[in-house]
Design a protein around this ligand. Structure first.
Ligand SMILES: C[S@@+](CC[C@H](N)C(=O)[O-])C[C@H]1O[C@@H](n2cnc3c(N)ncnc32)[C@H](O)[C@@H]1O
Length: 216
């Protein structure tokens, strides 16, 4: 399959924008982290014995999506494979005007997300506990996901849907081989996060913007 693939490094200024955004919403983001840690002890949302510092890295990593034009121009976001609300919950905290739908196939994870959203008074969050295959799409949503799907598997599950744009946060190495399974030509922008952030946490991590060539 002939995809249009572009490679871009994340600019240092964009990493700086994310730090500024984090600082601006620090109180609510720290409150989210506290509640996520509390729920993580009861049900496995992230990984067992994860530290507050590591969760903070995951929250900052989630905010990388805000530096994409695809995110800027959309009012409705679906976060599939959200687990404990990453990346959707930090996005909902920082962008109250955007509608964020959290989806996960595991009911108890979605229940924890609903509880956290309600405790934080996040009126812009809706949820569904089912596979992404069962979620209805109008065509104007941005689908986002962090470390939940292989690209080919996700596209197969979206096959019958009018999806518009997708942004995935995932390992940079696997992307080209995963794209081989796509059944239509795609426009793909692979943004390496390491040049912007120099922390070890970002090594090998990428933000992948995917659009249909027929719609671009
Ligand atoms: C590795 S976890 C990542 C969780 C979160 N995005 C994060 O970064 O912490 C992958 C999540 O995808 C969910 N998942 C797997 N297949 C799914 C599907 N078909 N539809 C919706 N969620 C799915 C799993 O239940 C799990 O919570």
């Amino acid at each position: 399959m002939e995809h249009q693939i572009l490679y871009t490094p994340l600019a240092y200024e964009k990493a700086e924008n994310i730090r500024v955004l984090f600082d601006r919403h620090e109180k609510e983001l720290e409150e989210y982290i506290s509640r996520l840690l509390w729920w993580n002890k009861k049900i496995n949302l992230v990984s067992r014995d994860v530290s507050r510092e590591t969760i903070k890295d995951h929250v900052e990593h989630s905010l990388v999506l805000t530096q994409s034009e695809l995110f800027e121009k959309t009012a409705k976001v679906i976060d599939s494979g959200t687990g404990g609300g990453l990346p959707g919950m930090p996005l909902a905290i920082c962008y109250r005007e955007k509608q964020i739908h959290l989806n996960d196939v595991v009911t108890k994870k979605v229940m924890a997300c609903r509880n956290i959203a309600s405790a934080l008074s996040l009126k812009n969050i809706s949820t569904s506990s089912c596979s992404i295959e069962k979620v209805g799409f109008a065509g104007d949503e941005l689908l986002v996901s962090k470390h939940a799907f292989k690209i080919g598997d996700l596209l197969r599950m979206l096959e019958s849907k009018p999806w518009g744009n997708i942004i995935l946060l995932k390992g940079g190495d696997e992307i080209e081989s995963e794209l081989e399974k796509a059944k239509e030509p795609l426009k793909v922008n692979i943004i390496d996060l390491m040049p912007g952030f120099d922390e070890e946490f970002y090594k090998g991590k990428a933000m992948v913007e995917i659009s249909r060539i027929s719609q671009s």
